[in-house]
Every structure is written in C-alpha cells, then in structure tokens.
Unconditional design. Sequence first.
Length: 155
Amino acid sequence: FLSAAPYFCGGSVSDSSGVLQSPNYPGDYPNDADCVWEIQVENNFRVTLTFRDIEMQSGTCQQDYVEVYDGPLHSSPLLGRFCSGSFPTYVSSSNMMSVRFHSDSRYSFRGFQAHYSSIPAGHNTSKFFVCLDKPPYCFCLQNKYFCEFKDICGN
Ligand SMILES: [Ca+2]
C-alpha cells in the first residue's frame, strides 16, 4: 500500500487585500491537499472574495472543491462549495472569512485563483448587495439576484 501524506497549506491572512490560489497554481495542485485560509481584515470592514479562475475535478464537487465560510471555519455558515464552471463573488457579514481548498487522492487540475479585498461596513450594504466606490459598484450577495453594473448607490 502507498499512503500519501496529506498536504497542508493555507494560513492566516490579514492584509487588506491579496490573492489566494491553490498550491502550484497554475500548475496542477497536489493530491490529498487540505488548505484553510482565514482572512481577517480591520474591524468595521467586510471581506469581498472574487474568483478569477477555477478548474478542478468536476461533477458533484465531492472529490476536489473550494468552500467559502462567512467567518471562522468551524463556527460559521457555509456560503458556497464549488469546483468548476462558475466565478462567484462572496462578501462576509463581518471582518472575517475562511476559504478551504480540498483535494482527494487522485486526478488534479489547475485549481483556483481568487482575489480578496476589504470594504467598509456601512449603510451602503444590505443583505442583497454591497456598494463599492469604483466599478463594478455593486456586488450581489445571492446568486439569484443580478446587479445592474452602474452606480446604484449614489457614490
Ligand atoms: Ca482529485
């Protein structure tokens, strides 16, 4: 029997913006990986996370996947799990967000790259959208809603 050692990665992230990506990106990610990034930005800010690329073993997203949590990993709601085909954006309800990448024991692909940034929490946010002071001005927080990409918030 061959037993692969798990590949650990991730860590704490506290810059106001940055890039998260799977190990070796854009090369193939390792098998048996489990990475958790815990993003914490300044108090009174929220974390926005936008995926720019994602290519993983697809299907039901049980083998290889990315999960986004609205805060610390083990105590926060799951905002989404996915593995290919979509480029979602997430916004946290506090100044913390966690991102988990998992791969199983075989078949690897390019993985993912995502950009995060922090935005001030304030009146320009609701449960449905977040306003920004620069394009695209509006992030929708639920996939079933679509923002018109214009300055709907009066900035
Ligand atoms: Ca796999």
